[in-house]
Write a protein that binds this ligand. Structure first.
Ligand SMILES: Cc1ncc(COP(=O)(O)O)c(C=O)c1O
Length: 376
């Protein structure tokens, strides 16, 4: 039996061990000096004037939506092809996530479909840079200007991505949210970051992540509603250590993606992640392929698993999840592009230190499974 390949694996080493030990020895485990250091370093990486570290990407989305004024009864136009957190964040403020279909190539929210979904109640657009591929921000910025809408970018999967105009994802000024869960390009175990241009919004987010404490940090002086969405100094130290070798970590992921592209090129009917086009550049996070039509996706995932290759259906369409069906009455057929792609997509094992032979093993197993006679 072949060795089981992990689906994802963080790359943490001695630098992280030293950094965490130093925090433990300093005695300042939270709200210490690493917080501002991590924020400054991260903001510099994406070219944003400011950054606020938070306890998760989800917490960041929540605070970012509040910061652009989303509240009770508002609508937020977003993608149904995402992790559920991007839609849920609107619900935390009793706003409604309104879905629009996706672009069949980039798999990102389609600007034209988003425009058609804007109503009098729309307060903000929430494009997701899915699988690290940059969403069409110039189009969303034009749409937001026309209707006076806020923008929050979900870049939880997109560290390292760049737009055609050279701006890094996260550097356009709108609150943009990154996630640092264990499978992400940079990980603090759990964690997130909001990058943004407006210092007043940074002040608001910093206060709301810390129970609404006043900006002068007066002891127990809380002048607004807040949350505990703080990121500890231990987590920040992990992040700082990785920032120092981020370029290499991102390059390693891109290298594994290139190996996959080559190894899977001959698999007929299999759709690979779209190549960088028109100057946009992906920040590699996962390697998701679309299976040929007519193939039983769940059976393929099972068969791969039985052959030491873990794979996951990724992503299921958010509007068809039971909670969203029951709460909002969503049904099949509303967003055909998303539904077709969601039904055929699987994430293959993907992590920066994956070897040529592991990639080959995945490709050979997928080839064998798809070539088996039981498939139509
Ligand atoms: C697209 C997207 N949005 C939001 C999130 C939420 O981030 P977190 O798990 O850090 O709360 C994730 C994380 O997996 C994600 O992939």
């Amino acid at each position: 039996m072949a060795e089981v390949i992990p689906l994802a694996q963080p790359v943490l080493g001695e630098e992280e061990e030293h950094a965490v030990l130093a925090v433990l020895r300093s005695g300042q485990l939270s709200l210490g000096p690493r917080l501002a250091e991590f924020e400054r370093g991260f903001a510099a990486v994406v070219g944003a004037p400011h950054a606020s570290a938070v306890s998760s990407g989800t917490a960041g989305l929540h605070l970012a939506l509040r910061a652009v004024g989303v509240g009770d009864g508002d609508e937020v136009v977003t993608s149904p092809f995402s992790f559920v957190a991007s839609a849920n964040a609107a619900l935390y403020e009793r706003a409604r996530p309104v879905f629009a279909d996706i672009d069949p190539v980039t798999l990102n929210l389609d600007p034209q479909a988003a425009a058609a979904a804007v109503s009098e109640r729309t307060r903000a657009l929430l494009p997701v840079h899915i699988f690290g591929y940059p969403a069409d921000m110039p189009a969303f910025e034009a749409l937001a200007r026309t209707h006076d809408l806020g923008i929050v970018e979900d870049a939880c999967e997109a560290l390292g991505a760049r737009h055609a105009d050279g701006a890094a994802v996260g550097g356009r000024g709108h609150p943009t949210v990154f996630g640092f869960y264990a499978n992400k390009q940079l990980t603090t175990g759990e964690g997130g970051m909001v990058t943004l241009a407006d210092p007043a919004l940074k002040e608001r987010i910093d206060s709301e992540r810390n129970q609404g404490r006043a900006p002068d940090m007066g002891w127990l002086d809380h002048d607004r509603l807040g949350f505990n969405y703080r990121l500890s100094d231990i987590a920040c130290a992990l992040g700082i250590a990785q920032l120092a070798r981020l370029e290499q970590m991102l390059a390693d992921r891109a290298c594994v993606a290139a190996l996959y592209r080559e190894a899977l090129a001959d698999l007929e009917g299999l759709r690979l992640p779209c190549a960088d086009a028109n100057g946009d550049r992906r920040g590699w996070f996962v390697f998701v392929v679309q299976l040929p039509r007519g193939v039983d996706r769940d059976a393929v995932v099972r068969a791969l698993g039985e052959r030491a290759v873990p794979a996951k259906p990724y992503f299921p369409a958010v509007h068809l999840m039971s909670f969203y069906r029951e709460r909002f009455g969503h049904r099949e057929g509303e967003f055909p592009v998303c539904e077709d792609i969601a039904a055929r997509s699987i994430a293959l094992p993907f992590f920066p230190q994956m070897t040529d032979s592991q990639v080959e093993q995945v490709a050979a197993t997928l080839r064998a499974v798809l070539g088996a006679p039981e498939w139509p």
